[in-house]
Design a protein around this ligand. Structure first.
Ligand code: NAD
Ligand code: GLY
Length: 362
């Protein structure tokens, strides 16, 4: 029997692709083989994930010619230099345009492998095998690839959609608790921007999720991917609605670049950023105090940070000005009209932003 529990589709016309979610997918030879239409395969992973899952993936890909490249682990290595290493391996092995790049790991590996695939010989096929909760609910879906720059998070990159996303939920068993919590931040994001009932569900299942309960995790992966797939299907290149997926990220990316990539996990920075965006929504008169309290409480219950030390409001604002949503010099923010209802605006009072930042910096 197949271990695929759910298949969703990201609808992008001829470039549509499936997201397959299930427990034990990595051990399904037929499944992986069916999705990798190439003789030459480069598996990109890292030094933490490879010892756990590389053998299973290589075995599922037989009899293809596979080469594996293992990147150093960490957000601080999400750079052009590391992508150049991936490209060097492709060239050294004389891989042609008909090769497939497979990303095995979290969002850092997926973003860099995808970026390398997008530029190698002007673009080769690419498969996502996400192994963190964050990557299974967010980064592996939607085709954003790229690297950080000292001047700003994810400033260099390309849209390059995968052929398939294979999310094996069994891999979450080895994920450190801090990484699981970071992934939950992006899950909460979907409830906040689009689905108030899902937010309610998260409030009542937070303990099950934190305990790593299989059914609860499978449900949040499914619901998150449904929401993301719908939004990406309507606005692949982020001309409008897709920006909502950046709820909390304008603040969060500024935290990551101000603190040096890697000190805060991406999901932790997003968590604090979402509480800041919620407070900004309250300051601007959109949401009520009770909604702000519910959001803050859920983030805290999930063991995620809501405050930031040793960074000034000035530094935060500087980082926020490098956000990709900035238009004509104006920082555009994703705010909430209500839990489950987000919108993008540049129409807010500077003093409200200042007050929001002051409330979360200590
Ligand atoms: P990550 O890739 O750094 O992985 C977190 C840690 O878990 C790493 O140490 C990794 O080696 C380890 N790990 C991965 N899978 C494991 C497993 N199954 N068992 C044990 N350890 C495992 O971090 P992440 O949270 O997955 O991704 C964060 C990155 O994703 C950021 O760079 C962020 O910018 C990016 N991102 C991209 C998008 C997008 O749309 N492309 C969306 C959200 C986030
Ligand atoms: N994680 C934001 C996006 O994919 O658009």
């Amino acid at each position: 029997m197949s271990s695929v529990a759910h298949t969703l589709t990201v609808e992008l016309g001829r470039r549509s692709y499936p997201i397959q979610i299930g427990h034990g997918l990595l051990n399904e030879r037929d499944l992986i083989g069916r999705h990798v239409p190439a003789r030459d395969v480069l598996i990109v992973s890292n030094t933490t994930v490879a010892p756990l899952y590389l053998e299973a993936l290589e075995s599922a890909l037989r009899p293809r010619h596979t080469v594996a490249t293992l990147l150093p682990d960490g957000e601080s290595y999400k750079t052009l230099d590391t992508v150049a290493r991936i490209l060097d391996v492709l060239v050294a092995n004389r891989f042609g345009r008909d090769c497939v790049v497979v990303a095995l790991g979290g969002g850092v590996v997926g973003d860099m492998a995808g970026f390398a695939a997008s530029v190698y010989q002007r673009g080769v096929l690419f498969v996502q095998v996400p192994t963190t909760l964050l990557a299974q609910v967010d980064s592996a879906v939607g085709g954003k690839t790229g690297v950080n720059h000292p001047g700003g998070k994810n400033l260099i990159g390309a849209f390059h959609q995968p052929l398939v996303v294979l999310a094996d939920t069994a891999t979450l068993a080895t994920l450190p608790p801090r990484e699981l919590r970071a992934g939950l931040a992006e899950v909460v994001k979907y409830g906040l921007i689009r689905d108030a009932a899902f937010f309610d569900w998260l409030e009542s299942h937070a303990d099950a999720l934190l305990a790593g309960e299989r059914e609860a995790l499978a449900y949040v992966i499914l619901r998150s991917c449904q929401i993301k797939a719908e939004i990406v299907g309507r606005d692949e290149l982020e001309h409008g609605e897709r920006a909502l997926l950046n709820f909390g990220h304008t603040f969060g990316h500024a935290i990551e670049s101000a603190t040096g990539y890697g000190r805060w996990l991406h999901g932790e920075a997003v968590a604090a950023g979402m509480v800041m965006a919620a407070r900004m929504s309250r300051e601007s008169g959109w949401i009520d105090a009770a909604s702000l309290a519910r959001i803050t409480t859920l983030i805290e219950r999930m063991g995620l940070p809501t405050r930031l030390a040793d960074v000034s409001a000035q530094t935060m604002l500087q980082g926020m000005r490098m956000d990709k949503k900035v238009l004509e010099g104006q920082i555009r923010l994703v705010l909430l009209r209500a839990i489950g209802d987000a919108f993008v605006t540049a129409d807010y009072e500077a003093q409200h932003l200042e007050r929001t930042l002051q409330a979360h910096l200590c």
